[in-house]
Design a protein. Structure first.
Length: 628
């Protein structure tokens, strides 16, 4: 690539000349500009350190992964260019304000990196402008948020603490610094010019197929590594503006979506699972943070989930089942289970598009004479779930205002009190009914009150996040068992199917690094990447483990098949597949990773394409089945 090398030599020479000119100007301004040089160097170091964390596990630093960007030199200069462009603003301030502006920018970008790390540890991606719209949900999550901080984060702020402490002495020394618009102009033009040239060469001319700057990627790690943390968030702000524009699908776009659904169909003959639960009441329980690795396991010779284990005798148990939630976390599970549509790629679907309509499970069952009800133990405005589930098709919804808040654990009403009161609600329902409900107590950071910690664990394990998770899930399992026993006493269990699954993983999702640090861990503690269980229980079902790989997107078509729904009612809108009648054995995670085996490269590409198709479907309200 002679042309490529020549271009970069030219760019490098121009940059050197610009920097020399800037350096001369800085020297004229005064010796205090050592702080300017320190600031961009410190931020460059922090950005490298940041890469060494997020390209590893978010907690432990990897030197080799931190300096991967040195393998492609322009990216290194891109980092400096973004930093210099921001810091140039300090030259519009004089005296001690110049000092404090440089400290402020250092603090701003350092805090952004720490917040990104916390978000990465929790959700596998980085903080975005869309997340600000979800800020109303933080009122009861501060304990969970703080638990995402790690000691290594101190690296990003320790120098700022020192600058703030000595600032009252040092800042007055900057009184001789004058405002310099020419330096500001030179800095911002040279740095932004370098960024623009590389954007033109990489994104427009595409001189290197393996590199890009401003391009949306399934891997947010790759984008932030190319652009730097500051550049990434500038690009995210642009994407936010673009995403907020109305999406109007062309005729060709609609035909492409229809073709995707057509190509997905398998058209297999029915088997013995068809209609197995037809006419039964349906209760779907979305269990907070329930992971698959605890099912059937014992700790210190005690069953962690004894009640779920006993349900296995009369359940279809999907043991290779994966979470697929994205920025909307639990609310994304609400969406997928009831509509079989992936969430949007940016922000939370329930926040951005709460009024969208879908071809949903509650609508389909309502057409068969079912009464439909959605129950949450939190406020109706939490993640906009009440408005969204009403739009999805539930006839009624119940939130925390319905319940007597006689016991509070963690984020809200305890699972014990909640499920006891839900039993009375279900007993009064007209049959047949479909009731969708979620639990809450087993939410991170898994600090269950001592009086409910019934498992006898060794002190080290009991004080760990994993031990707290075992105790929390054991408690919720107990309350689910009591809830099902009450249904049986009320005479409902004979004609009711119960579906249980996790909204997402829990201890492995948020505290995997702490699990790996435990001494003498049992091998199964380290298992369960993104895996949650799915149980479909009914008294007449003969227990069976289904090893077909699937995800939350597949629950709706699978249940519809069992409930005797004609597949024509959902196969043109459900993005998942019927796991009980399929020749495919893979699923797509929310980050675009395919788990399992695709039959061909095209099938793999089409499967991943489903994430983009879903984004277009939701943003355009493509599945609007209104008559107007």
């Amino acid at each position: 690539m002679k042309i490529e090398r020549t271009n970069y030599r030219t760019q490098g020479a121009c940059l050197v000349n610009s920097l020399q000119s800037i350096q001369a100007s800085l020297h004229r301004v005064g010796r205090h500009e050592k702080l300017f040089h320190y600031t961009w160097l410190a931020l460059l170091f922090k950005a490298m350190f940041f890469l060494g964390l997020v390209n590893n596990d978010g907690v432990h630093f990897s030197f080799s992964k931190a300096f991967q960007l040195f393998t492609y030199k322009p990216f290194f200069m891109i980092y400096i260019s973004f930093e210099v462009a921001l810091l140039s603003v300090a030259f519009l301030f004089r005296g001690k304000f110049h000092y404090w502006m440089l400290v402020f920018f250092n603090l701003l970008l350092s805090v952004v990196m720490v917040v990104d790390l916390m978000n990465f540890r929790a959700f596998g991606n980085f903080f975005s402008v869309h997340a600000f719209s979800q800020a109303t949900n933080l009122h009861n999550l501060w304990e969970s948020i703080i638990s995402m901080v790690r000691p290594v984060d101190l690296v990003f702020v320790i120098d700022i603490i020192l600058l703030l402490v000595v600032g009252y002495k040092i800042a007055p020394r900057f009184k001789s610094v004058v405002r310099s618009f020419p330096i500001f102009l030179m800095l911002i033009l040279s740095s932004s010019g370098y960024i623009f040239v590389n954007h033109f060469m990489l994104d427009v001319l595409k001189i290197n197929d393996n590199s890009f700057l401003f391009k949306r990627s399934w891997s947010s790690n790759q984008t932030i590594s190319n652009l730097s943390p500051f550049g990434y968030h500038l690009y995210d702000a642009y994407n936010y503006w673009e995403d907020c524009q109305p999406l109007l699908l062309s005729v060709e776009d609609q035909q492409r979506i229809e073709a995707w659904f057509t190509d997905k169909r398998e058209n297999l003959p029915v088997n013995h699972y068809s209609n197995k639960l037809q006419g039964k009441n349906l209760i779907v329980i979305q269990v907070e943070s329930l992971e698959n690795f605890v099912i059937g396991k014992r700790v210190n010779d005690q069953e962690i989930t004894p009640n779920l284990n006993r349900l296995l005798k009369n359940s279809l148990y999907f043991s290779r089942f994966y979470e697929q939630v994205w920025n909307g976390t639990s609310s994304d599970a609400d969406l997928m289970i009831n509509t079989s549509v992936y969430p949007v790629r940016q922000g939370a679907t329930f926040f951005r598009f709460p009024g969208n309509t879908y071809n949903s499970l509650p609508k389909i069952l309502e057409n068969q004479g079912y009464q439909t009800l959605a129950i949450h133990p939190d406020k109706g405005g939490y993640w906009n779930w009440r408005q969204a589930l009403t739009a999805i098709g539930f006839q009624r919804t119940i939130d925390e205002s319905y319940f007597e808040m006689d016991e509070w654990i963690g984020l809200g009403i305890s699972d014990g009190s909640y499920l006891r009161q839900v039993s009375s609600v279900i007993k009064a329902e007209k049959q047949p009914f479909y009731t969708f409900l979620v639990t809450l107590t087993s939410h991170a950071p898994f600090n269950l009150p001592a009086q409910y910690c019934d498992l006898n664990l060794n002190p080290v394990l009991d004080q760990s996040k994993l031990g707290g998770y075992f105790q929390s899930i054991h408690y919720t399992d107990q309350k689910i068992g009591e809830f099902i026993d009450q249904l049986d006493r009320d005479g409902l269990l004979e004609n009711t199917a119960i579906v249980l699954y996790g909204d997402h993983t829990g201890v492995h999702k948020f505290y995997d690094d702490e699990i790996k640090q435990l001494q003498d861990p049992e091998s199964w503690w380290l298992e369960g990447y993104n895996q949650i269980p799915l149980l479909i229980y009914a008294k007449e079902i003969f227990g069976e483990e289904i090893e077909t790989i699937g995800g939350q997107i597949d629950i709706m078509p699978t249940l519809a098949y069992l409930m005797g729904v004609d597949r024509k009612e959902y196969e043109g809108t459900a993005m998942g597949r019927n796991l009980l009648n399929t020749n495919k054995n893979f699923t797509v995670l929310s980050n675009g990773q395919v788990v399992g085996n695709c039959l061909s490269d095209k099938e793999r590409e089409d499967a991943i394409l489903g994430l983009k198709i879903a984004d277009e479907i939701i943003r355009s309200n493509y599945l609007n089945f209104s008559d107007d």
